[in-house]
Design a protein around this ligand. Sequence first.
Ligand code: CO
Length: 150
Amino acid sequence: MAIRNIVKIEDPILRNKSRDVVDFNEKLWTLLDDMFETMYKADGCGLAAPQIGLLRKVIVVDCGKGKIEMINPTILEMHGEIGGIEGCLSVPGKHGHVMRAEKIKVEFYTRYGEKKVKTYREFEARALQHEIDHLNGILYIDRATKEYDD
Ligand code: CO
């Protein structure tokens, strides 16, 4: 495993759309393991592949309730609306208030290419919406209603 370099807000790659993963091979597994290691080292609770300079639909999340990894995620349903504070490893030194769906149903693939559909709530739902936004070139600051310096 290896720590990858996290790109910051100035990097235009963060504004591009990611492509589907088609090969569920060892290279993908290494990428996922590296993304977790990079996220934990940086004290984050979510990381998307574009943040390490790769335009692939891969995200990892851990909000203290266990590891979540998703390949080619699609949000199928969104329910409710709730405000909360978000930060981003690519936007250091800042936080913002963002409205998100309270509950989401997501379709995704596992690292072995198995298709799954799961429902997430609260912090995990928020983190997943934030990371899936990254795959579409969207940053939380685009949605924030208030921004704060740390
Ligand atoms: Co982020």
